[in-house]
Design a protein around this ligand. Structure first.
Ligand code: PMP
Length: 386
């Protein structure tokens, strides 16, 4: 048999066939490793080899800081997915979309206003928006909290910046901006607006849209994101931010991103979109079926929608389960799950109550299967107790 050290943490015994009672299903992080098998299948065509003397300069040979070839591929992948309008948009690239979120807040907040711009988002929202703004403690902007608390935007003198995450992290709903008015600017975070995770009802056509390779190809560690920007002055200010924080975005990263996009675009991107969509849909169906008999736990409801990419009405395939503990006595849902060896991300991080937990559906098959097994066990105990 195999030596025990080759078993993963959930199995033991001389041939790794004994399920360990100490096994923990870690569904905390949004690391999209479910795409690994796709890239194993395309190992040769996606590989990048760079000789030591290659691409040493800060800039590309035409003097630019973004690869023109990469820019063309980004526009093409949007045209095929039908998820964003790129005509009349400038492209800014950064070290992951995290870097560009900061650049966008900076670019939109500078005005002649005497008071700092108020940065808001609708609850539940991705925690980093607040964390980043709070951490940098800039004089030009501050995090104000939930967007709905700013209900009278017409008579405010300060600039308002609304983060709109669509589909949203954690609940994966498609969203629209809730604020409007002359002082409002929006940053649309479309990290999950791909056929993998959502129906694509229409191409996004907003002024400032941010995308990331992390959730498109799964290469979170490559650190590559891009922004599609309509306004030239905003574009220039974002470039200035990139220049101050990293001079130029890594050419090695751009080269790797380009090679990955070339493979994505093979066969009109059908292969990766189908692979990712079917994986995510399959996981969601298994999880919702398991939880359908539970009175103790519920999942978010995502309505089927017409998808222009698949040209049909399609069901949900979300990146995360936004699980709710329904019972009065299960006030801290994270603790309830933790005692069943399931690690999720607590709802309070997303500015909601502790009845909610986010479970990542993006990890490897093994991780998902452990999660599913443990949830099955929890639900079966519910019936035994009755
Ligand atoms: N926006 C959202 C909504 C996210 O969920 C994430 C990653 N979890 C990011 C941005 C950041 O992604 P990255 O920096 O890897 O591009």
């Amino acid at each position: 048999g195999k030596p025990a050290c080759e078993c993963n943490s959930c199995f033991g015994g001389s041939d790794c066939s004994e399920f360990s009672p100490d096994c923990v299903a870690d569904a905390d992080s949004g690391d999209p490793l479910y795409l690994e098998p796709f890239w194993m299948k395309h190992a040769a065509s996606s590989a990048v080899l760079v000789a030591g003397w290659h691409r040493m300069s800060y800039r590309f040979s035409d003097g630019s800081v973004i690869s023109q070839e990469l820019e063309k591929h980004i526009r093409k992948v949007h045209a095929i997915a039908g998820n964003a309008v790129t005509d009349g948009r400038y492209i800014v690239v950064g070290a992951g979309s995290t870097h560009l979120l900061g650049a966008a807040v900076y670019a939109l907040s500078t005005g002649n206003s005497s008071s700092p711009a108020k940065v808001v988002a609708s609850t539940p929202y991705y925690p980093l928006y607040k964390q980043q703004v709070d951490y940098f403690r800039a004089v030009d902007f501050e995090f104000e909290g939930d967007a709905s608390l700013l209900n009278n935007t017409s008579d405010t003198t300060s600039r308002i910046i609304e983060f709109v995450t669509s589909p949203n992290n954690p609940d994966c709903q498609l969203r629209k901006a809730v604020l409007n008015g002359p002082s409002v600017r929006t940053i649309h975070d479309h990290a999950y607006y791909w056929p993998h995770y959502s129906a694509i009802p229409a191409p996004a056509d907003e002024d400032l849209m941010i995308f990331t390779i992390s959730k498109l190809t799964g290469h979170a560690g490559t650190r590559f994101g891009w922004a599609l920007v309509k306004d030239e002055a905003v574009y220039q200010r974002m470039l200035e931010y990139i220049s101050m924080s990293e001079l130029v975005t890594s050419k090695d990263t751009q080269l790797r991103a380009l090679q990955l996009l070339k493979v994505v675009l093979e066969g009109d991107a059908r292969q990766i979109f189908d692979f990712a969509f079917h994986r995510m849909r399959d996981r969601w169906e298994k999880l919702s079926k398991t939880l359908s008999t539970s009175k103790r736990f519920s999942l978010q409801v995502i309505a089927p929608q017409y998808c222009t990419f698949y040209q049909k009405v399609r069901g949900p395939s979300p990146a995360y389960a936004w699980l709710k503990c329904e019972r009065e006595e299960d006030g801290d849902c994270t603790v309830v799950l933790r005692s069943a060896n399931i690690i999720g991300r607590e709802g309070t991080m997303f500015n909601t109550g502790s009845r909610y937990v986010r479970l990542s559906l993006l990890k490897r098959d093994d991780d998902f299967n452990f999660l599913l097994n443990m949830i099955k066990k929890l639900v079966s105990e519910e019936y035994r107790a009755e």
